[in-house]
Design a protein around this ligand. Structure first.
Ligand SMILES: *Cc1c(COP(=O)(O)O)cnc(C)c1O
Length: 465
């Protein structure tokens, strides 16, 4: 049962059950939550390979949830989460070229992989509030993509309001439409007159006002929530099985994963530890390459963020990295505390004899990303989105005829029309009906000055009419 008991990477929390871990988000001691132990699923593989995505998700996730949520309820939540996906397989896996496959994670309502976790998290929050009472007011800041997946996860849910701040005029028109055309009364889009940094500053200030935070039950939908990682473990098993079916044998596969906060690829690392048939993970970054540099040198050193064609990976401090560090440091919370203290003081930490058999790393700059989109289109008539293109580029030197490679396709190309036009010219259409229909809908947003008091006033009025 220790799979459903959670501890903090920093040692200040232990024995927390699944639902408390979900509501806690970030651990109260500043660390990240992890299960106290990991199951070994290797004996389950042959019975799991024939399961539907839904059945597989129940099987993989249930041991981590334990008695906190009965299996029938978990199944119902997952069923509702994935019924919004356009493809009946949930995550279709296709062959791109000999030995190279794509797992399409973008068939959810916002056409990006974050839907897989955030659709589930939204239903889970609603379940927890219904069974344990209370309400939740989610406040978030987004530079584009996470905001829409979070909004679509909780729109229309009882007991939940969501307030998403973004910089007015600085997200793409399509990204704004994905957020601000959602008609549900519990969705509030706040366009702040400022930059994304202003949005993050205001977010911090509002959360630091503890009496306000408590009075209004404020919560976050940050990428460190354990439920998000857990939902993502499933598709590593799923995609490996599908490729083994396509190949007609049971060789282990490797995954190439476009990475920002190290959440998605960390789920792959857990799947591998739990016995998924994964040979290794290919970590892929854009020019914001702190993780690439770490896997080359063992030094994790912060750099400056530069904007790229793959904006959801424009991150220099990967919020889930601490979870991996915990395993690297032999599950020793004191060592994690020391390493993280070193990092926050000096902006770097180093592991002297670092060597990881589980990972290799690659990165792609703008020209390489565009070339990957162009080359793939020319050879296969498949349009990669710019995030997936980073992974395809990074995988190239590691392709191995004996090991099938699966690139995680994290977004639909129609979300990034400017990058696609730059790579393929204006004639290749990548539109998607879900994006086209947004053009007709009215925008619902409130423009505010980027000040804590303005945002607090807005929340107060929205929550106490
Ligand atoms: C968020 C995101 C990523 C990066 O995922 P992490 O879990 O932060 O590593 C990659 N691609 C797309 C399209 C995303 O939205």
């Amino acid at each position: 049962m220790s799979y459903s008991h959670y501890i903090s990477t920093r040692g200040g929390i232990s024995g927390v059950d699944f639902l408390s871990a979900v509501m806690m988000g970030l651990a109260d001691d500043g660390g990240l939550l992890l299960p106290a132990a990991l199951p070994d699923y290797s004996a389950n593989l042959s019975s799991w390979r024939g399961l539907s995505y839904l059945d597989l998700a129940v099987a993989v996730m249930q041991p981590f949830i334990g008695p906190a949520l009965p299996e029938s309820s978990l199944r119902a939540l997952l069923q509702r989460s994935y019924s919004t996906f356009a493809d009946p397989a949930v995550v279709p896996v296709i062959q791109l070229s000999p030995g190279l496959y794509l797992a399409e994670l973008f068939h959810g309502p916002t056409l990006a992989f974050k839907d897989i976790a955030l659709q589930f998290l939204g239903h889970l929050f609603e379940y927890i509030l219904q069974h344990h009472g209370g309400s939740l007011n989610i406040l978030g800041a987004t530079s584009g993509d996470t905001g829409s997946a979070a909004i679509h996860g909780v729109r229309g849910k009882a007991g939940i309001n969501i307030f998403i701040m973004y910089p007015e005029g600085r997200v793409s028109p399509l990204q704004e439409r994905q957020m601000a055309t959602v008609p549900d009364a519990n969705v509030h889009c706040l366009a702040l007159r400022g930059t994304f940094d202003d949005c993050q500053r205001v977010l911090k200030e509002v959360f630091n006002d503890l009496p306000f935070k408590r009075q209004y039950s404020l919560g976050a939908v940050n990428s460190v929530n354990w439920a998000r990682i857990l939902a993502q473990v499933v598709y590593y098993f799923w995609a490996a099985f599908r490729v083994q079916d396509l190949c007609g044998n049971r060789t282990a596969v490797q995954f190439a994963v476009p990475t920002g906060n190290f959440g998605d690829i960390f789920a792959g690392y857990l799947a591998k530890r739990m016995g998924a048939p994964v040979r290794r993970l290919i970590l892929a970054t854009n020019q914001n390459d702190i993780l690439y540099r770490f896997f080359q040198t063992g030094e994790y050193r912060i750099g400056t963020v530069s904007p790229t064609l793959s904006p959801s990976m424009d991150i220099q401090v990967a919020s889930n990295f601490e979870r991996y560090l915990y395993y690297l440091l032999d599950c020793d919370p004191a060592a994690v505390r020391a390493a993280m203290a070193q990092f926050s003081q000096h902006g770097s930490l180093s592991l002297p004899h670092f060597d990881s058999p589980d990972f290799v790393a690659g990165r792609a700059n703008t020209a390489e990303t565009l070339a990957a989109i162009r080359d793939t289109y020319q050879s296969s008539r498949y349009v990669l989105d710019p995030h997936t293109a980073v992974a395809v580029h990074a995988a190239t030197p590691f392709l191995d005829p004996a090991v099938p490679t699966i690139c995680l396709a994290t977004a639909h190309p129609g979300k990034f029309p400017a990058a696609i036009a730059e790579a393929l010219g204006p004639t290749v259409r990548t539109s998607h009906p879900a994006l086209d229909s947004l053009q007709q809908l009215p925008l619902r947003k409130t423009i505010l000055d980027p000040e804590c008091s303005r945002v607090q006033d807005f929340l107060t009025r929205a929550l106490c009419p």
